[in-house]
Ligand binder design. Structure first.
Ligand code: FAD
Length: 401
């Protein structure tokens, strides 16, 4: 086999690319991490409403396990981690409701809300200390060429780098995926997700709230400050434009109406941002010398807060497959070996995406019969302990961890 200066090139220093680089380096592989944007500055972690990152993730215990194993969790200030012990989901147009408690499924916490920039910063603290990871900021991949033994990438700055394996962790609109000719199934939800930090009149009490309102699903995710939450409100086109145009008072009123009095009232709102929502899934995750990971392989509706959890589960399995091959002296860039990763992850990812699609369609349907069916369904699940435990286990688990 040809000698390369790095064992793996990772494109994209989001949560997935950083976690993968840290994990591979921990197993003894040398990694070159190429990121198109400049290095993000470390967050100041102020406590005013607009000093919290509007992008947060509900991390499952399984995802936290990965972050712990690579050494990143220890770098997160506990004052920015919000463990939650219960989850309340209801239909704001009916009487259906479902509640999950950590104790019901035998765990201390159902999950942890952490600001994305805080997670990124903790992962950076790990990879920047590793002698096995080299990072090039502001020099994204622009071109690639494969040969029998390896793959060569050309960057924006016209540098060329080669390795036996390239991993595309360049997000939902992955250019690498398109450049390499991977086929995808895509559709737009014709929705925008409005995110913001909000202040509550009372404590959230370690609870995640989610209402299926007439305008779309709205989630209130508890932050480490007991009277602050992060919202994700997925609203149909072009209704989100109207909501974004409202002043703070008008928006707060609309938000409280969507929550229908089942969550603590919102009394103040920070700056808002909106993200267009698309779902995409690559037909294959791997080919010779190239693997897709996390959002580059699949992006999913945020209503169940599973995107980066699925991505970190991919990272756990891919790192395991590659490092096992490396230690067994096998060629870790060959498609037949990388397919072990694809087999283990694709089924789980597809199942979660199908479940989210069913939820989204069920709750998007305004027909009165659909309304009755989903309210009966929610109440039925809530009163059936075995089914409830199954749903909770799906939300907590991730394969390969
Ligand atoms: C509103 C909203 C709320 C969400 N809430 C949750 C939640 O609660 N829980 C959850 O699990 N998930 C959630 N998600 C999903 C989650 O945010 C994504 O799954 C996650 O950010 C994907 O991480 P990633 O590392 O794959 O990609 P990204 O974070 O998109 O990172 C990709 C990186 O690649 C870089 N890049 C792009 N092109 C190139 C190139 N050519 N060369 C090199 N680098 C490149 C980019 O600059 C970027 O840094 C949410 C998503 C949205 C939109």
């Amino acid at each position: 086999m040809t000698h390369y200066d790095q064992d793996v090139i990772v494109a994209g220093a989001g949560i997935a690319g950083l976690a993968l680089s840290a994990s591979l380096a921990q197993s003894g592989l040398s990694v070159l991490l190429l990121e198109a944007s400049p290095r993000p500055s470390s967050p100041t972690l102020g406590t005013d409403i607009d000093q919290w990152d509007r992008r947060v993730s509900a991390l499952t215990p399984a995802s936290v396990g990965i972050l712990r194993r690579v050494g990143a969790w220890a770098h997160i200030d506990p004052k920015r981690i919000a463990p939650y012990q219960s989850m309340q989901v209801w239909d704001a147009e009916g009487t259906g409701t479902i509640e999950f408690e950590a104790a019901e499924v035998g765990v201390t916490d159902l999950g942890y809300i952490v600001e994305n920039r805080v997670t990124v910063d903790a992962l950076l603290a790990v990879v920047e200390r590793s002698s096995r990871v080299r990072i090039e900021w502001g020099d994204g991949v622009e071109g690639l060429a494969r040969d029998r033994d390896g793959i060569t990438v050309t960057t924006q700055g016209e540098a060329q780098w080669s390795a036996p394996l390239l991993v595309a962790a360049d997000g939902a609109r992955s250019r690498l995926r398109d450049m390499a000719g991977f086929k995808t199934r895509n559709w737009s939800y014709h929705q925008g997700a409005i995110v913001a930090t909000v202040a509550l009149e009372q404590s959230h009490d370690g609870t995640c709230f989610q209402a299926f309102s007439a305008t779309g699903p709205v989630a209130l995710l508890p932050l480490a400050d007991p009277c602050l939450c992060s919202i994700v409100w997925s609203v149909d086109d072009p209704e989100w434009e109207r909501l974004m145009a409202l002043d703070s008072d008008g928006f707060t009123k609309a938000l409280n109406a969507a929550l229908a009095g089942n969550a603590p009232a919102v009394c103040a709102i920070g700056e808002r941002a909106v993200f267009p929502l698309h779902q995409s899934h690559a037909v294959d995750y791997v080919t010779d010398r190239l693997a897709l990971v996390a959002d580059a392989a699949h992006s999913i509706h945020p209503l169940a807060g599973q995107g980066i959890n699925l991505g970190l589960a991919d990272v756990g399995v891919l790192a395991n497959v590659v490092s096992t091959a490396y230690h067994d002296d096998l060629d870790w860039g060959k498609a037949n070996l990388l397919r072990r990763y694809q087999r283990r992850r694709k089924t789980d990812n597809l199942a979660m995406m199908a479940a989210m699609e069913a939820f989204k369609r069920g709750f998007g349907n305004r027909h009165p019969l659909a309304l009755v069916a989903r309210n009966v369904g929610l109440n039925w699940v809530n009163q059936t302990p075995l089914l409830k435990r199954w749903f909770a286990a799906q939300a907590l688990a991730a394969e390969g961890l």
